[in-house]
Design a protein. Structure first.
Length: 515
């Protein structure tokens, strides 16, 4: 790794400038620098994760949320949802793959095919398969020693109650339903993360003089010359401001919140909104910040008869997919099973956290509500507004899905061998039974699975609301691609990180800079 001194223009010029050393950015920087003739600078807002046990130990993930390594974005008031949700976004090398739970699902064929139908030509299931095979992360099933007895009994009870298949290895073949332990990107022998940074940057960062990591450095405005992006203005930890230049391309990988945020502050976005804030319009691109997607979830909590065994990979190691509507191409309800009482949101409504307990968190794989990210100030240090418009879809599909989720969760809880562990339902509580009350509860305590996406969505070149074309190039500009969760045209039914890593792999190939 080369240390930059910010001294002069030639030192601050690289072939490629990657903004955001997160999940997708780590993949791209690593792949591009396989070619020793190519120079790459990574602008990363956070510090290195090297040697940081608090980051590298998967099971410590919850301790990172809301802390100094979290950008911690609030949501706007959600009239039909929970206005108190804080969206964790990691400020550290590896990005959210350095503080997430590393559940590793290859997106389903129907997810990719939906992208292709949305105008992302070349992103269908068949061509995308190759990128999964390339991933360097250690993707393995939850190890036997990490399989907690109550999680095993949850899987048995889910299978018994619903008749869904037991799945051992969710990535082996496409599924519509099933229950089992997840695949995780981790090293079971020491519970170490196999994040994007661990898998892609750690093995090479001290060895490649063509890779420069500018850590704790914040990108606040793109440099445009006419319609060409030529670099980015950054501020280092000590306050020094520099222009980092790209000879070939700028690659924006700052995530679903910060990629559109940086575009907007650079005058790239809906012209009317920018003008209202006094930001000079460089390029009118109405889709920037639109199509804000997420996987919303709710929670149902039980007190257990006694303590739960300690062993686990990360306290939510098993889950369940259900397809209520056989017309759907994939699952339409998903559950994480937590071996802990997850009462953060219910406590606001007066519920108490039991000493020992478990939770099921039903979520909506294909939510229909769409939100929007926008700026409220021309000051780049002011956080953008995130209006997810949770539970606002016309037919209340999203709200109804969570009600179904609570009912299904109760059926599983009544079924052995899980039933014998459970003392009582803490929240919403057995007395809450009618649809309206369940819906009100489910939405008030709603949480996020932390999957914001879609705010710079990919689409056909002539789609006026697409932000990037199928080669990830920002429409109407040169020298600028985006590769991260923001380019998702639609939400995969499964957890998105593997999809983001695959976007990174494909982006590196599109650039053609690899070895
Ligand atoms: C708590 C949590 C748990 C999750 N669990 C799972 C899971 O188990 N499985 C799963 O599939 N998905 C999970 N996810 C979602 C998944 O982690 C994300 O969708 C994915 O990692 C996003 O990758 P990205 O490349 O889009 O952005 P990120 O990984 O967030 O990368 C963005 C990077 O850009 C940097 N950055 C941003 N703005 C700037 C700027 N202006 N200047 C410089 N640097 C900047 C950030 O510091 C960060 O490193 C979880 C997310 C969270 C938060």
């Amino acid at each position: 790794m080369h240390e930059s001194t910010h001294e002069n223009a030639s030192e601050n010029t690289y072939d490629y400038v990657v903004i955001g050393g997160g999940t997708a950015g780590s993949v791209i920087a690593s792949r591009l620098t396989e070619n020793a003739d190519v120079t790459v600078a990574v602008i990363e807002g956070g510090p290195s994760d090297v040697g940081r046990e608090d980051v590298l130990t998967l099971r410590r993930w919850m301790g990172l949320l809301g802390g100094e390594l979290d950008y911690d974005y609030p949501t706007t008031v959600q009239p039909r949802g929970n206005s108190h949700i804080r969206h964790s976004r990691a400020r550290v090398l590896g990005g959210c793959s350095s503080h997430n739970t590393l559940i590793a699902f290859k997106p389903l064929p129907s997810d990719w095919d939906e992208w292709e139908e949305a105008g992302a030509k070349g992103w269908g299931a068949v061509p995308m398969e190759a990128y999964f095979a390339r991933l360097l992360n250690n993707i393995v099933p939850v190890d036997e020693k990490d399989r907690n007895a109550i999680a095993r009994d949850f899987v048995d009870a889910a299978q018994g109650a619903l008749g869904v298949p037991r799945v051992e290895g969710f990535n082996k073949k496409p599924f519509t339903e099933g229950t089992g332990f997840f695949d995780l990107a981790y090293h079971p022998e020491n519970n170490k993360r196999s994040s994007a940074s661990v898998a892609y940057l750690h093995p090479v960062m001290d060895e490649r003089p063509n890779l420069t990591l500018l850590l704790e450095t914040w990108a606040y405005r793109l440099e445009l010359e006419g319609t060409r992006a030529t670099g980015v203005h950054v501020r280092a930890k000590d306050g020094t401001e520099t222009l980092v230049r790209a000879r070939r391309e700028v690659l924006l990988c700052a995530g679903a919140v910060d990629s559109p945020r940086l575009l907007l502050h650079s005058g790239i976005g809906p012209a009317h909104d920018l003008a209202e804030l006094g930001i000079p319009v460089a390029h009118d691109l109405p889709g920037v910040g639109e199509n804000l997607l997420d996987h919303p979830e709710s929670v149902i909590v039980w007190e257990t008869n006694g303590p739960i065994p300690e062993n686990s990979a990360m306290d939510s190691d098993a889950g369940l997919f259900v397809r209520r509507d056989p017309e759907q191409a994939g699952p339409d309800l998903m559950f994480h099973f937590y071996q802990i009482p997850f009462t953060d949101n219910p406590e606001r409504l007066g519920y108490e956290r039991p000493a020992h307990g478990v939770s099921m968190t039903p979520n909506i794989p294909k939510p229909r509500s769409r939100g929007r990210l926008y700026l409220t100030s021309a000051d780049p240090s002011v956080k953008p507004a995130l209006d997810f418009r949770y539970f606002t879809d016309e037919d209340d599909y999203d709200g109804r899905t969570l009600v179904d989720g609570i009912r299904i969760a109760r059926r599983i809880a009544r079924t052995e061998p899980l039933a014998g562990w459970l003392k009582r339902e803490v929240c919403p509580g057995p007395e809450v039974t009618d649809d309206e009350e369940l819906s009100a509860y489910a939405r008030q305590v709603a949480h996020t699975v932390y999957h914001p996406a879609g705010t710079c969505r990919m689409g056909a070149t002539d789609d006026p609301l697409a932000v990037v074309d199928p080669e990830l190039r920002v429409r109407g500009l040169d020298g600028l691609r985006i590769a991260d969760a923001s380019v998702f045209p639609t939400m995969p039914a499964v957890n998105p990180m593997i999809g983001v890593l695959m976007v990174g792999e494909k982006c590196a190939e599109l650039i053609g800079g690899g070895a």
